[in-house]
Write a protein that binds this ligand. Structure first.
Ligand SMILES: [Zn+2]
Ligand SMILES: [Zn+2]
Length: 433
C-alpha cells in the first residue's frame, strides 16, 4: 500500500538503518553508507499532506475488535505481512521481514516535523548511562542495584513543540530585612517588611513541551535539556530503524505549559534583583508575551523498563545527552539510617555547645543535645523527602532557555510597609552556684 514509505539501499535494495555512532544511514547487506546529502530528495513527498487510501476491507474486518481500536494496520510492501502499530506511530519496523517504514499519512503536511535531533546514543550507550546513574544513587536498595534487570530498552522519537517568545511584565514581591541587637537584659529582633515592585523583559528560546499523551510529562521534563546545537532540519532517514510517533496533545495545551514556564522564568529573573531581602515571594504578576513562535520537533529518547520481583520501573534516557530519570525504589532502612546519623551528630553538637556555653551544666547541655537531635532528625527527613520527590518532576521555570543577554530590569521600587519588633529576655547564662 502506498501509505508506507520504505528505506531502500540505492545500491542493493537492502533495508537501510540509521546508525547513531557515525550519524550515517547504513545498509547492513552491502555495507554502503550514506549521509543525508545523498538523499536530498527523500522527504519531498512529505511536504504535502498524504491522505490515507481506503483501507483494505478484508483487513478492516479482521481487526475490527475493540482491543485494536487504538491501532492501525498496514501491509508490508516487501513481504506482504501485516504491520500492526499504535495509531500515532509514524516510523516502525515490519515484524516479519525487518523492513523499516514510514507511515506517510502521519508524518506529512502539517504533521511533518520542522526539526529533529538524531539519536546520539545507541542501545548499549543508553544502558551504560542508566547503570552509571544507578551506581550514584545512594538511596536505591542494595538488592535492587544487584538484581535489577533491564527487561526492555526501546528507542523512540518523541514529538515535542518548542516555544520561543519575548516576555515583559510587572511582578510584585514581598520581602523583609531583619536587624538584631541586644542590651544587658534583652535580645531584640526587628523585621521590616517591604513591597518590591519590579518590571523587566526577557526572552526564551525553544522551551520543549512533550506533545505525546502517552509519555508522562514529568518524566520527559526530568531529562531536559536537549542540546540546542544538535537541532537539524527534519530528515526522515534518521528515523530508519527507530520508532517514532506523531503529536497527539493539542497545541493549546502545550502552549499553556510553555507559558507557565515562561511566567515562572520571568518571575525568577526579576527576583534576582531582590537579594538584599529575605523570604522574598511574588504576591502578584502580570506578564505579556510577544514575538511568539513554535516548531514541531522530534527528540530521541530511550525508554527502559526495569523489573525487580513483581514490580516494573520505567526510566527515560535522553538519547542526545545521556541524562537519566525515573522513579527508582527507595530503601527505607537507608533513609532511616541517614536521618539517625544526622540527628545524632546534631545532638552531639548540641550537647557539646550546651556544655561549653552553660559552663559545664549537664542539665542544659543534655536539654540542648535533645533539642538539636530532634531538629536534626526532622530537618534531615524533610530534606531527603524533598530530594527524593525530585527523582521525577515537572521543571520550574525555564533557566536553560533564557536567550543570552536578553534580561533587562526596567523598573525597580522598594516601598517600606511596616515593621515588627520583638524582644525576649536573655537566657541567664551565669548560673551562680
Ligand atoms: Zn545495500
Ligand atoms: Zn515485511
Amino acid at each position: 500500500m502506498p501509505d508506507l514509505k520504505q528505506f531502500k539501499c540505492p545500491a542493493c535494495g537492502g533495508v537501510l538503518e540509521f546508525t547513531s555512532a557515525t550519524q550515517e544511514i547504513k545498509c547492513p547487506y552491502c555495507d554502503s553508507s550514506f549521509t543525508r546529502a545523498d538523499f536530498a530528495d527523500l522527504d519531498k513527498d512529505l511536504d504535502v499532506a498524504y491522505v490515507e487510501k481506503e483501507k483494505d476491507p478484508m483487513i478492516e474486518e479482521l481487526y475490527s475488535g475493540e482491543d485494536l481500536k487504538d491501532m492501525s494496520v498496514y501491509t508490508c510492501e516487501s513481504c506482504g505481512g501485516e504491520i500492526i502499530c499504535g495509531k500515532n506511530t509514524t516510523s516502525t519496523k515490519c515484524p516479519y521481514c525487518d523492513n523499516n517504514v514510514l507511515i506517510k499519512s502521519k508524518i506529512s503536511g502539517d504533521l511533518k516535523p520542522k526539526l529533529i535531533i538524531p539519536f546520539k546514543l545507541d542501545k548499549e550507550q543508553s544502558n551504560n548511562s542508566f547503570k552509571e546513574y544507578f551506581k550514584k544513587k545512594f538511596f536505591i536498595p542494595g538488592s535492587f542495584k544487584k538484581t535489577n534487570k533491564i527487561e526492555e530498552s526501546s528507542s523512540l522519537y518523541v514529538p515535542y513543540f518548542i516555544y520561543t517568545a519575548n516576555t515583559d511584565g510587572d511582578v510584585t514581591f514581598e520581602g523583609k530585612i531583619t536587624r538584631r541587637w541586644e542590651d544587658s537584659n534583652y535580645e531584640y529582633k526587628e523585621e521590616s517588611f517591604y513591597r518590591l515592585d519590579r518590571s523587566g523583559d526577557i526572552a526564551f528560546d525553544d522551551i520543549p513541551v512533550d506533545a505525546s499523551e502517552r509519555m508522562p510529562n514529568d518524566l520527559m521534563e526530568s531529562i531536559e535539556p536537549f542540546n540546542k546545537s544538535d537541532h537539524e532540519p527534519f530528515f526522515s532517514g534518521y528515523l530508519a530503524g527507530f520508532q517514532a510517533e506523531r503529536y497527539d496533545t493539542s497545541k493549546s495545551k502545550t502552549l499553556a505549559r510553555a507559558h507557565e514556564r515562561m511566567i515562572q522564568g520571568t518571575i525568577a529573573a526579576l527576583q534576582t534583583s531582590t537579594t538584599r531581602y529575605e523570604d522574598v515571594h511574588a504576591t502578584s504578576h502580570h506578564i505579556n508575551f510577544s514575538r511568539e513562535s513554535s516548531q514541531y520537533v522530534l527528540y530521541p529518547i530511550w525508554i527502559l523498563n526495569v523489573k525487580r520481583k513483581e514490580n516494573k520501573y520505567t526510566f527515560a534516557v535522553n538519547g542526545d545527552t545521556g541524562k537519566v530519570a525515573g522513579k527508582y525504589p527507595i530503601s527505607a532502612p537507608k533513609v532511616i539510617l541517614v536521618c539517625t546519623l544526622i540527628a545524632l551528630a546534631a545532638g552531639g553538637l548540641g550537647f557539646g555547645l550546651g556544655y561549653l556555653i552553660m559552663e559545664g551544666d549537664l542539665f542544659y547541655a543534655l536539654l540542648m543535645g535533645v533539642i538539636l537531635l530532634l531538629i536534626g532528625g526532622v530537618v534531615s527527613a524533610i530534606a531527603i523527602t524533598k530530594k527524593l520527590k525530585k527523582r521525577v518532576s515537572l521543571q520550574y521555570g525555564a533557566k536553560n532557555y533564557v536567550r543570552e543577554n536578553s534580561y533587562h530590569l526596567t523598573y525597580s521600587k522598594d516601598t517600606f510597609l511596616y515593621k515588627k519588633v520583638s524582644k525576649r529576655s536573655k537566657p541567664k547564662s551565669s548560673n551562680k552556684r
